[in-house]
Every structure is written in structure tokens, then in C-alpha cells.
Design a protein around this ligand. Structure first.
Ligand code: FES
Length: 106
């Protein structure tokens, strides 16, 4: 299990913003969904491309490559061509900073 990696302060991480950070050579996309923070591996489970540049509407992320959609809060896949869920990363808010680390929630 890796150490926590700082993403941004709560004050500077704007609503509906996404930030991508390197966590031990794993790219992690961190979203501020109207004040709710969510972290996923920045990889589409369909074909392995980055997914953070995809559009987000109402908590639904659309892969920019082939258009699969995912529920960002659960990671569940909603429409093909992907069939596997997003990889959710651990996230916490500590001393006013959003932090993430590699590893699934138990
Ligand atoms: S790489 Fe994301 S839907 Fe194909």
C-alpha cells in the first residue's frame, strides 16, 4: 500500500474540476463532483486508454475513446463497449487537503 499523495487543497480544488496525479507511477484521476471527491485509476477498462479527458454529466463519465459510460460514484459501467467497472482509488481529506493512494476500498 502506497503512502498518501496530496492532490490539492480543498480551497483550490474547484467544483466539477478533475485533476490527474501520479501515484507511484499509477495515474489517478480525482474529481470534485459538486463537493464530493472521487478518485479512479485514469484508465478505461475497455481498452486501457486514459479516461480523465472524458466528459462528465450528472456524475456519469463518458470515455473519450469509444464512448462507454460509467457511474463515477460507484465505478459501475453503464454502457458498452466496456464491461468492467472503473478501478476506484482510496481518497481522504486530511488537514484541508485532498489526498489519494493506490488501493481499493475494502
Ligand atoms: S477505451 Fe474507453 S470505451 Fe474504449
Amino acid at each position: 500500500m502506497s503512502d498518501w499523495t496530496r492532490v490539492a487543497s480543498v480551497a483550490e480544488f474547484k467544483r466539477d474540476e478533475v485533476r490527474v496525479v501520479d501515484v507511484d507511477n499509477l495515474m489517478v484521476a480525482v474529481y470534485n463532483l459538486d463537493g464530493e471527491y472521487i478518485a479512479i485509476e485514469d484508465v478505461c477498462p475497455h481498452d486501457g486508454s486514459e479516461i480523465a479527458s472524458g466528459c462528465v454529466k450528472n456524475g456519469i463519465l463518458e470515455c473519450p475513446r469509444h464512448g462507454a459510460t460509467f457511474d463515477l460514484r460507484s465505478g459501475d459501467v453503464l454502457t458498452p463497449p466496456a464491461y468492467d467497472p472503473l478501478e476506484m482509488m482510496q481518497l481522504r481529506v486530511e488537514n484541508g487537503f485532498v489526498e489519494v493512494r493506490d488501493g481499493r476500498w475494502d
